[in-house]
Design a protein around this ligand. Structure first.
Ligand code: TXA
Ligand code: MG
Length: 333
């Protein structure tokens, strides 16, 4: 047996970036900030490192990973871009968009990371710390969100530590992540299809494509184990406390996740109240979502009442994550 692992946490300075790169080269696991959420990185070409990553997360091994690269040129070595994919990469990279594309013949990413699919999810993150690590490592890094499988995604180094302490080698602490929800995932394997709403609103993508995104085939969104069902494990984002969505009033003993200036009826009796955005701003709400869910989950209320949230812009991603968090937990998790 190897010595017990002790997770180091380092402020994101030049020394920490050097440390992260050395650790990745040695097959280690490094959590680092992206503009969306913290990722748990491993060398994408190292099957053993990826196996450790699945183990650290407790993730079902059929759920494939996103390969992160420094720029479009590096992405081209992994995947084939059709005209739509070119346009989307041009418009949104670096940034919170992931493209699912046909795997290139030259793709060096380990088979385990793509769960045996002939497609691959690729993303060029914008966060300066992610950019520096990718540039210095000069190889693709696979990075799922740095949480235990079934928990909400981490938006601070403290969240990562709470989930993965002594299961990973290093956490590079770059403060809280600005976007707060995961990347939007679009498959370009034919008609561009929205697989997961996220940090780039659907409308922005449709404006670039000059047409509507297709929806995944019926059943995919609710599926829990089909390999092409990305992040579609029904209860993937589940806190322990049950969630009650679209709540217009608060029941006794409930915590309240509010949105906007006007609190729900009965808010004064709530066990705890947090507001995603007092001024009703969906960008601010997305940034607060996961940390407030964690805080309310820890408060030990009977359930969490969540006020209605508009479905436009980033609201679609927020409502998607809330619906998953509210879904009954599955045995597989
Ligand atoms: O914002 C993000 O995307 C963060 C940061 C760290 O980059 N990452 C993230 O990774 O959310 P993860 O593993 O938690 O979610 C990635 C999703 C999974 O649901 C997976 O099923 C889907 O991407 N995915 C990966 N490869 C795929 C493929 N070839 N086809 C369909 N879905 C895929
Ligand atoms: Mg995740």
């Amino acid at each position: 047996m190897t010595a017990p692992l002790v997770t180091r946490v380092s402020k994101a300075d030049a020394a920490a970036i050097g440390d992260a790169v050395r650790c990745l080269k040695a097959g280690g696991l490094v959590a680092f900030p992206t503009e969306t959420v913290y990722g748990l990185g491993a060398d994408a070409t190292d099957g053993r490192a990826i196996a450790r990553l699945y183990e650290a997360k407790g993730r079902p091994a059929f759920n494939p990973l996103i390969a992160h690269v420094a720029d479009l040129a590096a992405a081209r070595a992994l995947a084939r871009f059709d005209a739509d994919a070119e346009q989307l990469a041009e418009a949104f990279w670096p940034g919170p968009l992931t493209l699912v594309l046909p795997k290139a013949a030259s793709c060096a990413v380990a088979e385990l990371a793509t769960a045996g699919l002939d497609s691959i999810a690729v993303r060029v993150p914008q966060h300066p710390v992610a950019q520096k690590i990718l540039a210095a490592f000069a190889k693709p890094i696979v990075a799922p969100s740095a949480n235990r499988s079934g928990h909400v995604s981490p938006t601070t180094a403290a969240h990562v530590l709470a989930d993965l302490r002594n299961r990973i080698d290093l956490i590079v602490d770059g403060g809280s992540t600005p976007v707060g929800v995961e990347s939007t995932i679009v498959a370009c394997l034919g008609e561009p299809t929205l697989l997961r709403p996220g940090g780039v609103p659907r409308a922005d993508i449709e404006r670039v494509l000059k047409r509507s995104l297709a929806e995944p085939p019926a059943g995919i969104a609710a599926a829990d184990d089909a390999p092409l069902a990305p992040g579609m494990l029904a209860s993937h984002y589940a806190p322990r406390t049950s969630l009650r969505l679209d709540a217009r009033r608060v029941a006794a003993g409930e915590a309240l996740l509010a949105f906007g200036p006007k609190p729900a009826e009965g808010a004064e009796h709530a066990a705890t109240v947090l507001n995603l955005s007092q001024r009703g701003d969906l960008i601010e709400a997305a940034a607060n979502l996961f940390s407030q869910l964690r805080a309310l989950d820890a408060a030990g209320a009977k359930s969490i009442a969540v006020m209605p949230i508009p479905d436009d812009g980033l609201g679609e991603a927020i409502n998607d994550r809330l619906a998953r968090a509210a879904a009954p937990r599955r045995l597989a998790e």
